[in-house]
Write a protein that binds this ligand. Structure first.
Ligand code: FAD
Length: 604
């Protein structure tokens, strides 16, 4: 049964309304098969003055790092030397993101990330150390501190003599951040809270001077008098009851960072030290993590560039079978993969940073996507670099085995990638799922079955889903050379929007959807490649706008990683992966996979 023009127009209007709000960001709109092009195009660049300032800062840091930061020694000694900590202060590194009124440089996220990319490319320990101070330390104060708290704490954090830490993780609260057990009881006079609990795996935890600590405060309701919520507190190590159980746990990678375990016993914290609203600690944590994940993108990009450079240089230098390794296609394949994904990482990082700088409300899906994409592909790139280096990579006089140890934590920390993939799928699907649920409640009196719904009203299910009829979205590239790729992306986005209602139908009810992590992973992987392809097209369009008059592309500057061929190859790979995952939504081995896991778990 065909829809009339008026019905189609009405459905288009409904979709526009569903995705119009500023609370529906770019990635969420993709789940409706829509492309909010105005959020990604044109590719964001810094105003000239800020670009010069950010580049100059990054150049100073690069020069210093090359001369004074000995990554191998830091790894061996499991410590960042004091002279490096002081040297970074002389370069204003600790003031980068602190607002100017408190003596900082007031860098926005895009500016700050130029420097973080340099650290990521030089030494992951220093990158994590600096980032713990900024993204998850000072940032909590800048975003959630009262003017009094900011005036009291921020000026002390400018020169590296005082460090910050962010203490969320506990023995029973890892990925499940909501399961914090540390308690904060108000004192009888209401002037303070008494904290009790243990925090583990805290970067800078045992050496920090200011810690943002998450603890449970009472939040009684009529039905639940014992209910609690998580609240953020500013804690200093001089508070009686603060104990460092371990300041520097021995670990696999980023060994220069001090990862600590702490215990609080009857520790009195004045109520003036509550950061953000009472009971909103998780909001503080998640917002701060959004910034941290964007920084992950930058430091992974820096690291990926360094690994790519090492791979290419070694492949050109090393001769086997009378020819340089670089001439073998399977080596070239690894170089091409690394170049393509490094280009894509940078594009997605820049877009996420620009979302933050432009004051957008909704970018949590994008930062989760960026974190998963950058960390997963950096891991592959380093693995490939090790392969190309062969046995030489395995020895500790070369940096590659350290890169591997350093890069492994990225897939676990600040949200394990598995958890983030499920998050991307469930949160991304929420908008369209809620629409369908509303439809079910209105039309079917509460029974979740789109299939029955479609049958009941005598049409295919796609006709009750308004975004099924709105056509292929326009991906607004200017370069004629990119029109085909833009059109392909538009078609894949439309297919994504159409596919999801069918996925819900297959699973039949909400409870099953929430548990279906194998499906989540596919949905998330599709969303990740669609989102990153969108960023890559935006970046390519920007670069190809600089084509020379004779039609030959000229590099805008000397950056070898700003490479059009690499970006275009990423699109080809991403489109192929997306199609494969669409196919796997219908045709997969999930039952066998789960049966094998369960059989093994029953035996071991
Ligand atoms: C070097 C280092 C530095 C750190 N720095 C800090 C810091 O400064 N501050 C801080 O608060 N924390 C910090 N952490 C903690 C870090 O954020 C946690 O390790 C991380 O959140 C994972 O928690 P977990 O280690 O308890 O793993 P678990 O929660 O036990 O998870 C283990 C694995 O189980 C799987 N898994 C878990 N849940 C799910 C799910 N729902 N679905 C599917 N799979 C799942 C994932 O594969 C996951 O990797 C740091 C950790 C390390 C190692």
């Amino acid at each position: 049964m065909a829809l009339t023009a008026a019905q189609v127009a009405e459905q288009k209007k409904q979709v526009e309304e569903l995705i119009a709000g500023s609370d529906v960001g770019f990635a969420k709109a993709l789940f409706f098969g829509k492309f909010k092009g105005e959020l990604l195009f044109p590719y964001p660049t810094l105003p000239a003055e800020k670009a010069v300032q950010a580049e100059a800062q990054a150049a100073r840091v690069r020069e210093y790092a090359e001369r004074h930061i000995d990554a191998m020694k830091i790894d061996r000694d499991a410590r960042i030397p004091d002279d490096v900590i002081a040297g970074l202060a002389a370069l204003d590194v600790y003031r980068l993101t602190i607002p100017a009124e408190y003596g900082g440089l007031g860098f926005n996220q895009q500016m700050y990330l130029k420097t973080m990319e340099v650290f990521g490319g030089h030494d992951s320990s220093v990158a994590v150390f600096v980032n713990a101070h900024h993204s998850i330390g000072c940032r909590a104060l800048v975003l959630f501190g009262t003017p009094e708290q900011q005036a009291r704490w921020l000026p002390g954090l400018l020169d590296g003599t005082k460090l910050c830490a962010f203490a969320l993780t506990e023995p029973e609260a890892g990925s499940d951040a909501g399961n914090v057990q540390t308690t904060a009881r108000p004192t009888d006079d209401g002037e303070a809270y008494i904290l009790d609990g243990v925090k583990q795996y805290i970067t800078n935890g045992g050496i920090a001077d200011v810690l943002t600590v998450m603890a449970r405060t009472p939040a009684p309701t009529r039905d639940k008098p014992d209910a609690t919520k998580i609240t953020a507190f500013l804690v200093t190590p001089d508070m009686p009851g603060f104990e460092v159980l371990e300041a520097r746990a021995e670990k696999c990678g980023i060994r220069g960072t001090a990862t600590g375990k702490l215990r609080f016993t009857n520790m009195r914290v004045p109520k003036a030290n509550i950061l953000g609203p009472i009971g909103k600690g998780l909001k503080v944590a998640l917002t701060v993590l959004d910034f941290g994940r964007t920084t992950f993108g930058a430091s992974c990009t820096g690291h990926a560039k360094t690994a790519l450079k090492a791979m290419v240089e070694h492949a050109k230098r090393r001769v086997q079978f009378q020819q340089p390794l670089a001439e073998f296609q399977l080596v070239q394949k690894k170089i091409a993969f690394a170049a393509a994904h490094t280009f894509a990482m940078e594009a997605a990082t820049t877009q996420c940073a620009a979302f933050i700088d432009r004051g957008f409300e909704d970018y949590m899906l994008e930062t989760a996507i960026l974190k998963v994409f950058a960390t997963e592909h950096l891991w592959t790139i380093i693995n490939d670099a090790i392969q190309v280096w062969g046995g030489k990579a395995y020895f500790c006089d070369q940096p590659l085995e350290r890169w591997m140890r350093d890069a492994r934590i990225n897939l676990i920390g600040e949200g394990a990638n598995d958890v983030l993939k499920a998050f991307v799928a469930v949160v991304g699907c929420r908008g369209s799922g809620e629409y369908l649920k509303g439809l079910r409640d209105d039309v079917m009196g509460g029974r979740w079955s789109l299939r029955k719904l479609g049958a009941a009203i005598g049409v295919g299910a796609s006709l009750v889903v308004p975004w099924a009829t709105t056509g292929t979205p326009d991906v607004p590239v200017h370069s004629p050379d990119l029109h085909d790729d833009a059109h392909t992306l538009g078609k894949l986005i439309r297919e994504f929007g159409l596919k999801l209602p069918h996925v819900f139908m297959e699973l039949k009810d909400e409870a099953k959807f929430v548990q279906a992590q194998l499906v989540h992973e596919r949905i998330a992987d599709i969303a990740i490649d669609i989102y990153v392809s969108s960023c890559v097209l935006s970046r390519l369009d920007h670069l190809m706008g600089h084509a020379a008059e004779n039609g030959k592309l000229v590099a805008k500057n000397a950056d070898p990683y700003e490479d059009v061929a690499a970006g275009r190859y990423y699109l080809k790979m991403a489109f192929r992966r997306i199609r494969d995952r669409f196919a796997a939504l219908d045709n997969n081995d999930d039952p066998s996979c789960l049966a094998a896991a369960q059989a093994m778990m029953a035996k071991v």
